[in-house]
Design a binder for this molecule. Structure first.
Ligand code: ADP
Ligand code: 5GP
Length: 219
C-alpha cells in the first residue's frame, strides 16, 4: 500500500499578467487530483469565465456577508475589487488528502501563511522577465480594457515587491520551462518526510520483514 501523505496548499502569486493562471491550468492538467481553490470576487466576469469555475461572482453585500459569517480563509481588496478564498472547500479537500492550488495575491498569501494551515503551505512567486513583457502579455491576453490594464501595470511593482516572502521564485520567460519547474517544486514538496505520514508504518513493516529474513540475507 502507498504511504498516505498530508496535502499541500500551493500558493501562486505574481503581478497580473505574469502567467499564474496559465501555470495553474498546466499544473492541474499534469495532476487532475489537485483541487483549484475557486475564489469569490466582486469583479465582473471576463468573456468566457464561468460562475463556479474561475470565480464565484458576488455583489459587495454578498461578499461582506461571507466574510462576516467567517466563511473566508483569507480575503483582500485587489485593483479596487474584493477577492477571497472560501474556507469550506479547502478544508474538505485537505481532509480528503488532496492538494489545493490558490491563485491569489500577496495579501492572501500572507494571511494563509499566518493561519493554522501554515505548515501545509508551499508558496511560489512568478516573476515576468521584464515589465515591458508583462505589459505585452496583459495587452495580448485581450480580456481587459486599456484602463484596467493601466491600473494593473501601475500596481505591478507593489506585488513584485513581496517576492522575498515566498518559498520559491520562478521567472516565467519560457512557459514550458516554468511549468516544468512548478511540477518539480510540487513533486519535491510532496516527498518531504514530514508530509509522508504513512512512512512510520511502512518502515515498521520493513523492520519486521528484515528481522524475519535476517539470517538468510547476504549468504
Ligand atoms: P496571470 O494569471 O498571472 O494574470 P495569465 O496566465 O493570464 O497571467 O497570462 C497572461 C498572458 O500571458 C496570457 O495571454 C498567457 O497566455 C500569456 N503567457 C503566459 N506565460 C507566457 C510566457 N512564458 N510567454 C509568453 N506568453 C505567456
Ligand atoms: P484577476 O482579476 O486577474 O482574476 O485577479 C486579480 C488578482 O487577484 C490576481 O493577483 C489574483 O491572484 C488575485 N486573487 C484572485 N483571487 C483571490 C483571492 O481569493 N484572494 C486574494 N487575496 N487574491 C486573489
Amino acid at each position: 500500500m502507498e504511504p498516505r501523505r498530508r496535502g499541500i496548499l500551493i500558493i501562486l502569486s505574481s503581478p497580473s499578467g505574469a502567467g499564474k493562471s496559465t501555470l495553474a491550468r498546466r499544473l492541474m492538467e499534469w495532476d487532475p487530483e489537485i483541487r483549484f481553490s475557486v475564489s469569490a470576487t466582486t469583479r465582473a466576469p471576463r468573456p468566457g469565465e464561468r460562475e463556479g469555475r474561475e470565480y464565484f461572482f458576488r455583489s459587495r453585500a454578498e461578499f461582506a456577508e461571507m466574510v462576516e459569517r467567517g466563511e473566508m480563509l483569507e480575503h483582500a481588496e485587489v485593483f479596487g475589487h474584493l477577492y477571497g478564498s472560501p474556507r469550506a472547500p479547502v478544508e474538505q479537500a485537505i481532509a480528503a488528502g488532496h492538494d489545493v492550488l490558490f491563485d491569489i495575491d500577496w495579501q492572501g498569501g500572507q494571511q494563509i501563511r499566518n493561519s493554522a494551515l501554515a505548515e501545509d503551505v508551499v508558496s511560489i512567486f512568478v516573476l515576468p522577465p521584464s515589465i515591458r513583457e508583462l505589459e505585452r502579455r496583459l495587452s495580448t491576453r485581450g480580456q481587459d480594457t486599456p484602463e484596467v490594464i493601466a491600473v494593473r501595470m501601475q500596481k505591478s511593482y507593489d506585488e513584485i515587491s513581496h517576492w522575498a516572502e515566498y518559498d520559491y521564485v520562478l521567472i516565467n520567460d519560457d512557459i514550458d520551462r516554468a511549468t516544468e519547474e512548478t511540477r518539480a517544486i510540487v513533486t519535491a514538496e510532496r516527498l518531504k518526510r514530514s508530509r509522508q505520514v504513512g512512512l512510520v508504518d511502512l518502515v515498521r513493516r520493513l523492520s519486521a520483514e528484515f528481522k524475519e529474513m535476517k539470517d538468510d540475507l547476504g549468504t
